[in-house]
Design a protein around this ligand. Structure first.
Ligand SMILES: [Zn+2]
Length: 368
């Protein structure tokens, strides 16, 4: 590399650092390296075999574009974009575009220009760039991009944070807690939200992990959180399981003698316990066994709907059918009672807080 080139790169880096507080430029030092120094070196080496990317689809093929972002794929894709739109979306790009722009390709180090338009070699792949830029382009020129997976969302989030695109980050936060992501894959969502310090989203995801047993298979996103954070998530799960289970087991003691439930009014089938020593109404054995089953299940999966688990309800109804009295209204009573119990379980779980601290979340934040 020619000494003048190196000098220009270092000057740009020094300007970048001098004009920004450490909290902003430190996370971007690697960007500076990857976007300026490393590509510049590779350009010097590869200038003889210039790569021309495949044109991106509409709307990233506009002839009036004034900047081209080239994807990192083996077969790169060129996204034609507009500096103004990128500047509005990203303080990072805004500052980059205000830097003195020499005729040399150093600010746009990969390949100089494409049909006279400067090219920036990006470290993002084409799918990530398509969504990222799609969220920067107005809906008047194309439909908002749809994110198809949690993994894809994470890659876009990584780029949006790198380029300080707050609006894109806000959109991703609302996307990641949409049911198709957070209900289907709460552990993955928790790890991603925690990685980026998205407090509200991480807590919502943590709550939804309760719908599954804690011993779930490994997911790649666990790499984003520390062992301590995962331990706290497990502790939260365990605490919620205790609370939910206790709430269910408390239920017999809350019964009144004039409650209308068939398991309290029936005197034909076996009772669950000795009524003479009881301070509350004696329930039928089939119902007491159902309560015990539910208390075990909510310990494993502590959320209200567990109280309405079909196979447990069906088992109780089958047992109740042995009694001519209970069989008449066991199903109806159980449906109503389990619904009420589910609400109470959810209410009690809401009082449990997960012990995660986002004040120092950056310790677990992106480093690559
Ligand atoms: Zn009965």
């Amino acid at each position: 590399m020619a000494p003048s080139c190196l000098h220009t790169i270092i000057t740009v880096g020094a300007w970048f650092i001098a004009n920004r507080p450490p909290s902003l430029y430190l996370p971007h030092l690697h960007i500076y390296y990857f976007h300026f120094i490393s590509p510049a070196v590779s350009v010097m080496l590869d200038r003889q075999m210039m790569i021309r990317g495949t044109p991106a689809p509409t709307p990233f093929d506009h002839p009036d574009a004034d900047i081209v972002l080239r994807s990192s794929d083996k077969e790169p894709v060129d996204f034609r974009a507009f500096k103004l739109l990128l500047s509005l979306a990203s303080p990072f790009f805004s500052e980059i575009f205000t830097l003195p722009q020499p005729s040399s390709p150093l600010l746009y180090p990969d390949s100089g220009s494409l049909d006279g338009v400067p090219v920036i070699q990006m470290s993002e792949d084409k799918e990530t760039l398509q969504i990222l830029l799609g969220l920067c382009f107005p809906v008047s020129v194309h439909a908002h991009p749809r994110i198809s997976s949690v993994q894809q969302l994470q890659k876009v989030a990584e780029a949006a944070i790198k380029f300080e695109m707050q609006g894109v980050q806000n959109h991703l936060k609302s996307e990641i807690v949409s049911p198709r992501f957070v209900e289907a894959q709460p552990l993955r969502v928790f790890a991603i939200a925690y990685r980026y310090g998205w407090d509200t989203e991480a807590r919502k995801a943590a709550r939804l992990t309760l719908r599954h047993p804690m011993n779930v298979p490994f997911v790649d996103e666990l790499e984003f959180i520390s062992a301590a954070t995962y331990y706290r998530l497990q502790e939260y799960h365990r605490a919620c399981g205790e609370v939910a289970s206790s709430r269910v087991l408390l239920q017999p003691a809350l019964a009144d003698f004039d409650d209308p439930w068939v398991w309290l009014s029936c005197r034909r089938c076996p009772a669950a316990w000795d009524v003479r020593s009881s301070e509350y109404p004696s329930a039928r054995r089939w119902w007491a066994e159902w309560i015990e089953d539910v208390s075990e299940e909510v310990r494993r999966r502590p959320w209200g709907e567990t109280a309405r688990k079909c196979d447990l309800l069906n088992k109780a109804v089958r047992q109740a059918s042995a009694c001519s009295n209970c069989s008449q209204s066991a199903k109806e009573d159980l449906d109503a009672f389990s619904l009420m119990l589910a609400v109470e379980v959810e209410k009690d779980i809401s009082t449990v807080n997960i012990d995660i601290d986002f004040d120092d979340w950056s310790c677990a934040s992106p480093t690559t």
